[in-house]
Design a protein around this ligand. Structure first.
Ligand SMILES: C[S@@+](CC[C@H](N)C(=O)[O-])C[C@H]1O[C@@H](n2cnc3c(N)ncnc32)[C@H](O)[C@@H]1O
Length: 280
């Protein structure tokens, strides 16, 4: 049997969990059945664990398309990324970005769409995924000197891994993604965080947003999965609201420090506490 090579996320993703990995690894149960990650994003923990049986999900269509294309046609995707790398410039980026404004995106193949989003996230401002209310991508071009547009070897390793193991890649809601989770399985939820300061708008990464009601729905799902004997870990900010939601239902709440670089206000960057909420 082939050993899986060490895998890394293939894209930048806001809220990426690479810095939190050591803490996450400490709280994992010693063994578990299938692995579920319903808000997979860049998949830092998923790729670190590289489980043999897993369900990954996100409600971001372009992102999930990228996972699917890496699985089904990684060589064409690499060719597409090579093309973008060769042509990379602000004008080129802005033209490709506007494909979701003039209908071109509808005529693109899945490989072209995946190549577009992966290229854009490497060269744009802070690797942000942000769309307006019409679902049009609106992040400006970044100021990197020599952005690394893709890592060919990592993409091929991920493709092998996805093909050689039993990994379901879903595009949908977090609750639906866990419907088959059973006793002894592990679910890691990394939702859009509750903002720490009440002045920040309480919305999510996509046009849908992820507000208070969604946080409550996630907490209720935490309780349901606990009743079914599923191991559950949730990460979230250390806001009062998160404590209020989980204190009555969690077995353990671990406070961890994490450096957030996403805030454009330098004053607000730095150490903030995040929580790992665990039911075992
Ligand atoms: C904090 S990020 C996850 C980051 C990820 N752990 C990583 O390492 O990159 C949250 C993710 O939840 C997704 N999301 C938001 N609302 C969702 C929903 N209702 N169902 C599923 N995914 C959702 C977003 O698209 C985003 O990718």
């Amino acid at each position: 049997m082939l050993m899986t090579k060490h895998l890394k996320p293939f894209t930048k993703w806001v809220g990426g969990k690479r810095q939190l990995l050591p803490e996450l690894l400490k709280v994992l149960p010693p063994s578990f059945g299938d692995y579920y990650e319903p808000f997979v994003g860049g998949g830092a923990l998923f790729f670190e664990l590289a489980p043999k049986q897993a369900v990954i999900n996100d409600n971001n269509k372009e992102l999930i398309l990228a996972y699917q294309v890496i699985e089904s046609d990684v060589e064409s995707l690499i060719d597409e990324l090579k093309k973008h790398k060769k042509n990379d410039s602000r004008e080129y980026y802005l033209d490709l970005r506007s494909a979701d404004r003039d209908g071109r995106i509808e005529k693109m193949s899945n490989v072209e769409r995946a190549g577009r989003i992966l290229y854009m996230l490497r060269v744009n401002f802070n690797g942000l995924y942000r769309v307006n209310s019409k679902n049009q991508f609106n992040v400006p071009y970044g100021k990197y000197k020599n952005p690394r547009i893709f890592d060919e070897e990592n993409l091929r390793n991920i493709s092998c891994y996805l093909n050689e193991n039993d990994i379901s890649i879903l595009h949908g809601d977090f609750e639906t993604a866990t419907k088959n989770a059973k006793q002894g399985d592990l679910v890691y939820f990394d939702p859009p965080y509750v903002p720490l300061s009440p002045t920040e708008s309480f919305t999510g990464y996509t046009a849908d947003g992820f507000g208070y009601d969604e946080q409550v729905r996630l907490r209720d799902l935490f309780v349901k999965l606990t009743d079914r004997g599923v191991y559950v870990i949730v990460s979230n900010s250390s806001s009062e609201l998160v404590y209020d939601l989980y204190k009555p239902v969690a077995k353990t709440i671990v406070e961890v420090g994490a450096t957030r670089m996403i805030n454009s206000d330098a004053q607000k960057r730095g150490k903030v506490n995040e929580l790992l909420i665990v039911n075992f």
